[in-house]
Ligand binder design. Structure first.
Ligand SMILES: Cc1ncc(COP(=O)(O)O)c(C=O)c1O
Length: 414
């Protein structure tokens, strides 16, 4: 097994916001950050502030004044700073992350940075919710969209060139790596440079990689988006999103959007997300180890194409090894050739939960094309597997029996 498969070793060490405990490793930072000051009788956890408003008579000219909880809530402060530190912004005090009511709300806030009539370039296989939203905005005449294969730098350059030669602009290059659900891996530094060469803002949805494997802001990206719902919160018990930027002005614009569009999460969800983040490193390490093992075993059956960036057979393996530091994620796909066979396997599973979403402690499986909004280039019989933290042998035994049962039923007798 390659190092990447076995050991979760964060490539870099973010500086702690607390300068008295500098250079904590990421596993320690996740546990130690966002706590009350260590004073006698102090609680170990910050209280959750269930309030919609704050005492005050100050005018809007007073910086830092709490006014109304659609603008800010003290419950958010520590966790938002922690996420900014994980994404390695230069100064997490100045540019803490911004939490949103969902990943889609976070995406909406970023799309709102595009001027009316602007142009967005997105990967063909980006998260389908983003695709549907962009289609709606394009139909309403608010912006236009081009879809590209983000693995093909020449194609991306050609699209940018065409826009420029036609006298148009590209306002936003949206990236996702690995992509959902095709697990395509992007050359992030090259694509970020390309976006900037053509004057576009570059946003990266970092949900699949998490800030533990990849920090796009360090590679020059302008914006990072998360569905906190997934790995960060990690327990499939809440819906939440986040945006992280390393620019005070850009953050202020996004914060303004959050206040006025009202896409704020509840204090309880922020608390639960922080509680989930405490164990992110452990959960991810376990899930990635199991995902790598399951990918190898599925591939060794020799019958159905398996996609996992950690497999040498994955076309983006070398790139993933270079850009994802510490592992290859915990999502894999297997193409079972037909919707009927894939559905039969899903129905035969007992431990795996048939459900959409990913990144929770429980392993989930779904045939993505069951959604009509999924692009037709995603194979009909492809299952996406989000590997959780159960024992890998139990996960394998369940998969193996469901595959055998489905094939026995169809007479394939594999
Ligand atoms: C990569 C990615 N980004 C964004 C989202 C949207 O997040 P949410 O469901 O929290 O709105 C999802 C949801 O599946 C996702 O997979």
């Amino acid at each position: 097994m390659a190092d990447h498969d076995t050991a979760f070793t964060p490539a870099s060490t973010p500086a702690s916001a607390d300068t008295s405990t500098p250079q904590l490793r990421v596993e320690s930072l996740l546990v130690a950050a966002a706590r009350p000051a260590p004073e006698e009788n102090a609680p170990v956890n910050d209280p959750v502030h269930f309030t919609s408003t704050f005492h005050g008579t100050a005018t809007d000219a007073v910086p830092g004044q709490r006014v109304y909880a659609r603008m800010s809530n003290p419950t958010f402060d520590g966790p938002e700073r922690l996420l900014a530190e994980l994404e390695q912004v230069r100064d997490a005090e100045a540019t803490p992350a911004l939490f949103f009511g969902s990943g889609m709300a976070a995406i909406t806030a970023v799309l709102h940075l595009v001027p009316v009539g602007g142009h967005v370039v997105v990967p063909r296989h980006a998260y389908q919710g983003l695709g549907s939203l962009l289609d709606q905005l394009a139909e309403a005449g608010q912006l236009s969209v081009t879809r590209v294969d983000l693995r093909d730098l020449d194609e991306v350059r050609e699209v940018l060139d065409q826009r420029r030669n036609a006298g148009g602009t590209v306002d936003l290059l949206w990236l996702e790596s690995p992509t959902n659900p095709m697990l395509e891996v992007a050359d992030l530094p090259a694509l970020v440079a390309l976006a900037h060469e053509y004057g576009a803002l570059c946003a990266v949805d970092n949900t699949f990689a998490t800030p533990l494997l990849q920090q796009p802001l360090r590679l020059g990206a302008d914006v990072v988006v998360h569905s906190v719902t997934k790995y960060l919160a990690g327990h499939s018990d809440l819906i939440m999103g986040a945006v992280v930027v390393d620019d005070v002005e850009l953050r202020a614009r996004l914060a303004g959007h959050r206040t006025l569009f009202g896409a704020i999460p509840s204090a309880m969800d922020v608390y639960l997300a922080l509680r989930g983040m405490r164990t992110l490193a452990l959960r991810l390490e376990r899930a990635m180890d199991s995902a790598a093992e399951l990918a190898r075993r599925l591939e060794a059956r020799g019958s159905d194409p398996v996609r996992y960036p950690g497999l040498a057979s994955h076309e983006g393996h070398a790139l993933a090894a270079a850009t994802l530091q510490g592992g290859f994620g915990a999502v894999l796909t297997v193409d079972l050739g037909s919707a009927a066979r894939a559905d039969a396997v899903v129905h035969g599973l007992r431990l795996w939960t048939p459900a959409t979403s990913l990144g929770g402690v429980e392993s989930l499986v779904e045939r993505r094309r069951r959604f009509s909004s999924e692009p037709s280039t995603v194979p009909e019989g492809m299952l996406r597997l989000s590997v959780g933290i159960e024992h890998a042998e139990d996960l394998w035994a369940d998969l193996d029996q469901a595959l055998r049962a489905a094939d026995a039923q169809s007479g394939a007798g594999r």
